[in-house]
Design a protein around this ligand. Structure first.
Ligand SMILES: Cc1cc2nc3c(=O)[nH]c(=O)nc-3n(C[C@H](O)[C@H](O)[C@H](O)COP(=O)(O)O)c2cc1C
Length: 229
């Protein structure tokens, strides 16, 4: 079947520059941290919109782009999100809904049911996954690999914000279903991740965490290893 194409253009990087650029990319990405203490300093809307456009260049199953980015800066809506999120989180932390192993694993992060950043950060962006699409005639459009697609877009969003010098937190107040009703999203959408976005507070501290080494996360497999299987 005939289908329209355009020439592919790769980023132009010279051989010599490539290694230097790779080291720089790693250094920059390694500096990213999840921030839980925000300044209320204003962030131009254009930055957030540009980061959303950057995230929306993500690959997706059958190019369905099954995501909606819901933007909130209205203080009253932020307050309502905070109240609802803290209610769920109180049930998790104080009401015993979190199983003991989860509480133990979270201890080194110092997280609690208090989420003041949901009001302090100038912007909240909630990414919704679209379980299926809705065509103009109301019929359903199948969406493929929705979680994988939206997860990749979310990662690209985090990276875009970081490169702009902005801070964010990957926040999943669990369960998150309240966000669909609170933000008046349609039946086919499900909240995926809530991102408070802004500048880190001046005295912001983050947990002292190590990251896995290359040897911990990578294994090379050759034909020899497979023993001719
Ligand atoms: C899917 C996902 C959900 C997360 N949910 C929360 C959350 O609800 N609250 C929170 O404080 N941190 C949350 N985090 C942030 C992690 O705790 C954080 O990424 C991890 O501790 C590593 O720290 P770093 O992001 O600074 O490298 C989440 C991260 C991911 C990837």
């Amino acid at each position: 079947m005939e289908y329209p194409t355009v020439p592919y253009r790769s980023l132009q990087v010279s051989r010599g520059e490539r290694l230097e650029m790779a080291a720089h990319i790693l250094e920059e990405m390694a500096q990213r941290r999840s921030v839980r203490h925000f300044s209320n300093r204003e962030v131009p809307r254009e930055l957030i919109e540009t980061a959303i456009l950057a995230a929306s260049t993500a690959p997706s199953g059958a190019h369905m782009q099954p995501w909606t980015f819901v933007l909130v800066s209205d203080p009253e809506v932020k307050r309502r999100i905070r109240v609802a999120a803290e209610e769920e989180e109180r049930e998790n932390y104080e009401g015993g809904r979190l199983p003991p192993h989860w509480r133990e694993d979270l201890a080194r992060l110092g997280t609690t049911s208090d989420k003041p950043f949901l009001e302090t950060a100038p912007w909240l962006v909630v990414i919704f996954e679209q379980r299926y699409g809705v065509r103009p005639d109301g019929s359903r459009q199948h969406h493929y690999y929705v979680k994988e697609s939206v997860g990749i877009a979310a990662g690209m969003f985090i990276d875009a914000l970081h490169r702009m010098g902005l801070a964010t937190l990957t926040h999943t107040p669990s369960p998150m279903a309240f966000l669909r009703t609170l933000l008046n999203r349609p039946e086919n959408e499900r909240p995926f991740i809530l991102f408070p976005i802004g500048y880190a507070a001046e005295d912001c501290e983050v947990p002292d965490l190590d990251r896995k080494s290359l040897g911990d996360v990578m294994i090379e497999v050759t034909d020899d290893d497979l023993g001719g299987v």
